[in-house]
Design a protein around this ligand. Structure first.
Ligand code: SF4
Length: 65
C-alpha cells in the first residue's frame, strides 16, 4: 500500500498525524501532512484505510500500483 497527501486539500486537521505518527507527520514550517513511509508497513494498513475515510478533506490518496 502506498499513500500520498494532496497538499492543496490538506487543511491541518491533524487527525492522521495524531492517530498514526508512524506514517504521517507535519511538513516542517507548513503544517501540511506528509507521508513518511513508502510503502506503508503492513501493520498500519488497516489504520491507514480508516484514516483515508476519516480525513475531513479527502486529502489522503492511495497510489495505485
Ligand atoms: S487528516 Fe487530512 S486534512 Fe488533516 S492533516 Fe491529515 S491529510 Fe491533512
Amino acid at each position: 500500500m502506498r499513500l500520498m497527501i494532496d497538499e492543496g486539500k490538506c487543511k491541518t486537521a491533524g487527525i492522521c498525524v495524531k492517530r498514526c505518527p508512524q506514517v504521517f507527520q507535519f511538513t516542517r514550517g507548513s503544517k501540511k501532512a506528509m507521508v513518511i513511509t513508502d510503502p506503508i508497513p503492513k501493520e498500519f494498513e488497516l489504520l491507514c484505510r480508516d484514516l483515508i475515510i476519516a480525513c475531513p478533506e479527502d486529502a489522503i490518496i492511495q497510489i495505485k500500483d
